[in-house]
Write a protein of this length. Structure first.
Length: 428
């Protein structure tokens, strides 16, 4: 500030901007800037448009859903009205009685997440459904896909759906469909459980409120975080649609639940009138981790060593997760590279000079204590697997990718490993 305050013009001010050396006119500077300005602006606009195009293309069929959502939603609402009309006609003709409470509950679950999907939400709901049916409750499930070997007459894996652009191995429903619309309008339910993230909340919750059916919404994924990770250029648009199709309808549910109340507060306002807030309890199926004998532990350790090519005495770490940006598996691989080759090698790899780092000075083994070789086993699959495998092969890291493993095969892997590692920034 003192320097600027003490500055005095050295020459005439007219036609010559302050701070220019003597003999240099304004046009000497403005000419190149004017020539550079439009080109730079057009280049930035072109890059912006290309970036938006890549993001929209990566969303697959999702943008088309917003075009056909309203017509199909109108057809679903018409089906519900017809079902209610026929229900009232039946009452006038005394062919049906008013709903009488039974000893068991009639529960309708609407979810995009069931086996054969292998992530945590699908496994959790499979346990919910199994245990509620064992307790004698009538549980009907409407989903996009279900394991055929477990399919019952109460399971309906036929909601209109598309491939989920954020997880291409799963499908997501974009409309309730005529069958679900019919049962919502024609049958009586003690409770409807809607699983979020979902884009059909705006079609289901108003109907349940109209018919005075209690509706329970459970939230399992921080979609606002996912939108930023997967759709950076149009994150504002994704968050707007998420608010319209998920957060706004959920405010009118009877109860909203989430794994933590902090997460729930960020999605549903704390003081929404008539809406309960519930924390979903978490647990561990500890019976799966019990062993019959010490010989079983020895056999499981040998199996894990065979999978990763290790030897007795190696330190084996394990990561069990979906291979996606929000899990940040690359952070663990970079840590292995830095541990073996030093921080200079990691800096060179990030700067695009990976080959020089890979062939440079390298320690004999990747180890924490300098004695036991360190190996990493990554269990899971997802959109980031290709880049992770390429990084591993490029720098010859001691990492093994197993792909998806069935849920009942995970406990032996946990027991056999020495260390469990996670770098995840988002969990369900």
């Amino acid at each position: 500030v003192r320097k600027c305050a003490s500055w005095k013009p050295q020459g005439p001010c007219r036609g010559q901007p302050r701070g220019l050396p003597d003999g240099m006119a304004a046009q000497d500077v403005q000419g190149p800037l004017q020539a550079l300005g439009p080109e730079t602006t057009s280049l930035r606009i072109s890059e912006r448009v290309k970036d938006i195009y890549r993001v929209v293309k990566s969303l697959g069929e999702l943008p088309l859903c917003f075009i056909i959502f309203l017509p199909r939603a109108a057809l679903s609402y018409f089906t519900i009205l017809v079902a209610q009309l026929l229900r009232n006609v039946a009452r006038l003709m005394n062919t049906t009685s008013s709903y009488e409470k039974k000893a068991n509950l009639r529960i309708l679950i609407v979810t995009d997440y069931t086996p054969p999907q292998t992530h945590g939400i699908a496994i959790r709901f499979q346990h919910y459904i199994t245990n509620m049916r064992r307790a004698g409750h009538e549980v009907q499930v409407y989903s996009t896909n279900m394991s055929r070997e477990r399919l019952t007459s109460f399971d309906h894996p036929n909601m209109p759906s598309i491939i989920n652009p954020f997880n291409t191995s799963n499908c997501m429903a974009y409309n309730p469909g005529l069958r679900l619309a019919w049962v919502l309008g024609a049958k009586q339910w003690d409770i409807v459980h809607l699983v979020f993230p979902s884009v059909i909340g705006s079609a289901i919750i108003p109907v349940c409120n109209w018919r005075r059916i209690p509706i329970y919404c459970s939230h399992h994924v921080d979609m606002e975080y996912y939108v930023v990770q997967y759709a950076k250029s149009i994150a504002w648009l994704g968050n707007f649609f998420y608010w319209v199709f998920a957060k706004l309808p959920a405010r009118y549910a009877n109860a909203n639940a989430a794994p933590t109340l902090c997460f729930l507060d960020s999605h549903i306002r704390h003081k929404v009138k008539g809406c309960m807030r519930v924390r979903i309890p978490s647990g561990v199926a500890d019976e799966r981790f019990k062993v019959d004998s010490d010989a079983q532990l020895v056999a499981e350790r040998r199996d894990l060593e065979r999978i990763c090519g290790g030897s007795p005495g190696d330190c084996i770490c394990i990561m069990v997760q979906r291979l996606a940006p929000e899990k940040d598996t690359m952070h663990a691989l970079e840590a292995l590279l830095e541990l073996r080759d030093g921080p200079e090698a990691l800096a060179a790899a990030k700067a695009g000079k990976g080959k020089a780092a890979a062939t440079g000075s390298r320690r004999a083994i990747c180890s924490i204590d300098g004695k036991s070789p360190l190996r990493l086993v990554v269990v899971g699959d997802g959109p980031a697997r290709k880049s992770l495998v390429n990084f591993t092969e490029k720098f010859k890291l001691p990492v093994t990718f197993t792909g998806n493993v069935k849920n009942d095969r995970l406990p032996p892997l946990y027991r056999a490993a020495d260390v469990f590692v996670t770098c995840s920034t988002s969990e369900t």
